[in-house]
Design a binder for this molecule. Structure first.
Ligand code: ZN
Length: 302
């Protein structure tokens, strides 16, 4: 077994997620075949800043609360924080491991990786509270890894790129839909509606010009992106953002995937991880599909 090292001197940042920085920008600009043209149009209409601002907001030992991608309104810049990217990568990895436990329970590699799934989840949780180093010698990561983990790291990278891209497209849609100008006097209800509107518009961007096979990857990424928000806070309800379980249900339903699609399975697994993290006792009755199971669990979270 050998070590694989992806680091290059051009990679900025402190965390091993830095090796994927350029992949994020490339995927965003190629969200669909017409997207670069659309970016240019929005740029001239709304003064959208040319690049995604990649924030290395913390230095070693200096804390900084986790913050998802956001638009700086007066500059129309989309900001992406390194710690958030790290958080999302870890959630993706943990969800992939948990999904294999359900879909391929006899797969020895994933059985061996169960403990790593929990450890990488705890590391993600630690980032919510502030910056923490990502110990590359003990935790799986995209920069320096053992060749036996190559497949898992590559799967995680791919899911992460799709997932973070949905969040960036969601932010882009806030600009495109005019949400970023004069939104100071909105009610919480109006703000929640805007979140769903941005989700739907972002899904449309990612579906455009894709075959159903290609869209399948997008749909899983979209689901994981929204599910990742479940773990950020203890209470599922959120004053200005729609309840996260409602947001998952709205987005996955809009994508019209099969009731037993991986997206619904991931949504159920996310609720399971959520209940483990926060010691909830949800009732898991047998249901006819993963979609029904998700709705059954979600109804208990009110
Ligand atoms: Zn939003």
């Amino acid at each position: 077994m050998s070590l694989i090292n992806q680091y290059k001197a051009t990679h900025e940042g402190y965390l091993p997620i830095r090796v994927l920085q350029y992949n994020i920008v490339f995927k965003f600009e190629n969200s669909n075949p017409n997207f670069l043209t659309e970016i240019k149009k929005i740029r001239s209409e709304y003064g959208l800043s040319s690049d995604i601002v990649y924030g290395i907001n913390t230095s070693r030992g200096v804390g900084g609360k986790l913050r998802g991608p956001f638009v700086l309104n007066d500059k129309m810049e989309i900001h992406l924080q390194e710690t958030f990217s790290a958080y999302l990568w870890c959630i993706c990895c943990s969800l992939i491991i948990a999904t294999y436990h359900v879909s391929e329970p006899d797969n020895q590699y994933y059985r061996d990786r169960k403990c790593m799934g929990k450890r990488i989840m705890s590391y993600a949780q630690s980032l919510i509270r502030g910056y923490h180093d990502w110990d590359k010698s003990k935790l799986i990561n995209p920069e320096l890894y053992n060749s036996r983990d190559k497949n898992l790291v590559e799967k995680t990278n791919d899911l992460f790129i799709h997932s973070i891209n949905f969040i960036l497209c969601h932010e882009f849609c806030h600009i495109k839909l005019g949400h970023c100008s004069k939104n100071n006097h909105l009610t919480n209800e109006e703000r929640r509606e805007r979140e769903i509107e941005a989700d739907i518009a972002a899904i449309d961007i990612l579906a455009y010009g894709k075959t159903s096979q290609e869209f399948m990857k997008e749909s899983v990424g979209i689901t994981v992106a929204i599910c990742s928000l479940l773990f950020v806070r203890e209470s599922i309800a959120n004053e200005t953002h729609p309840d996260n379980d409602t947001r998952i249900a709205e987005a996955v339903s809009y994508m019209q995937v099969d009731e037993n699609d991986t997206s619904w399975l991931i949504a159920c697994i996310s609720i399971n991880l959520f209940q483990e993290l926060f010691n909830l006792n949800l009732i898991w009755n047998q249901q006819t599909s993963y979609k029904e199971l998700f709705l059954h669990l979600s109804s208990q979270l009110e």
